[in-house]
Design a protein around this ligand. Structure first.
Ligand code: ATP
Length: 235
């Protein structure tokens, strides 16, 4: 429905084998909003994105897109419903050209105007169309990975540490492009190590501590120091 959150996770418990990683986690991404998902290493952020996108089936709880229960839907079905996952670690085909990488992402029913949006967001990609993705810089490869967020026509994009390992200048560019994307009305769920940059663009913040939500609310109500204390599990 129109008023339902674009993504809603309710009471999710999940893990790997006998290891429970997430305990009773609930999180809501309102339509068109940016939610920062923060927490220390191993808190379960990536695991939560896996549950949201359908790569990992939760032991308990529910995932809904636009108010529709998708807990039992496969990842490709959720993608078709408007969920786009940008996983950790620049997912590009290194031996294919930039243009070939982009063309792989364009569904046949999609108009090629989407490519123009990519070249507006990342002009450098338009200049490197014939070059192999593997020969791009780390930042350019991440831009190519992020181009998927424009080509899959999403209503919500899940981003897993897209700024990891990049220089501060490139991180600035990546965040500028994320702001542009958010301004088009696409909702973002942002897993990010740069707490201040994430807080700067987020509407809401969810803090994950050892697999449980330790804070959930408006981003304007928290500062970086509070979040860092939350990381350490102190109050
Ligand atoms: P990071 O910032 O290090 O990526 P994270 O918050 O994303 O951390 P997860 O990657 O979700 O955390 O990992 C949470 C816990 O689950 C960790 O203890 C990790 O060792 C464990 N884990 C992750 N993937 C697997 C797996 N495939 N099999 C078993 N355990 C796993």
């Amino acid at each position: 429905g129109a008023s339902a959150p674009v993504l809603e996770i309710s009471g999710v418990t999940a893990g790997y084998g006998r290891t429970t990683v997430l305990r009773e986690v609930s999180l809501s991404v309102p339509r068109g909003k940016v939610v920062a998902l923060l927490g220390s290493n191993g808190a379960g952020k990536t695991t939560l994105l896996r549950v949201a996108s359908g790569l990992l089936r939760p032991a308990r709880g529910r995932v809904a897109l636009d108010g529709r229960d998708v807990t039992r839907q496969a990842p490709h079905e959720r993608a078709r419903m408007g969920l786009c996952l940008i996983p950790e670690g620049r997912s590009v085909y290194r031996t294919l050209s930039v243009l070939e990488n982009l063309r792989l992402q364009i569904p046949p029913w999609e108009k090629h105007t989407a490519l123009d949006e990519v070249f507006t967001a990342f002009p450098i990609l338009g200049e490197r169309l014939g070059q192999s993705a593997g020969s791009l810089s780390g930042g350019q490869q991440q831009m190519l990975a992020l181009a998927r967020a424009y080509l899959c026509n999403p209503s919500v994009v899940l981003l897993d540490e897209v700024s990891m390992g990049l220089s501060p200048r490139v991180v600035d560019e990546i965040f500028a492009s994320l702001k542009t994307l958010a301004a088009t009305g696409v909702a973002l769920l942002l897993v990010e190590q740069y707490v201040n940059r994430a807080l700067d663009m987020a509407d809401d913040v969810v803090l994950l501590n050892k697999g449980a939500v330790s804070y959930s609310g408006s981003a304007s109500g928290v500062d970086e120091d509070e979040v860092m204390r939350g990381y350490l599990g102190q109050d």
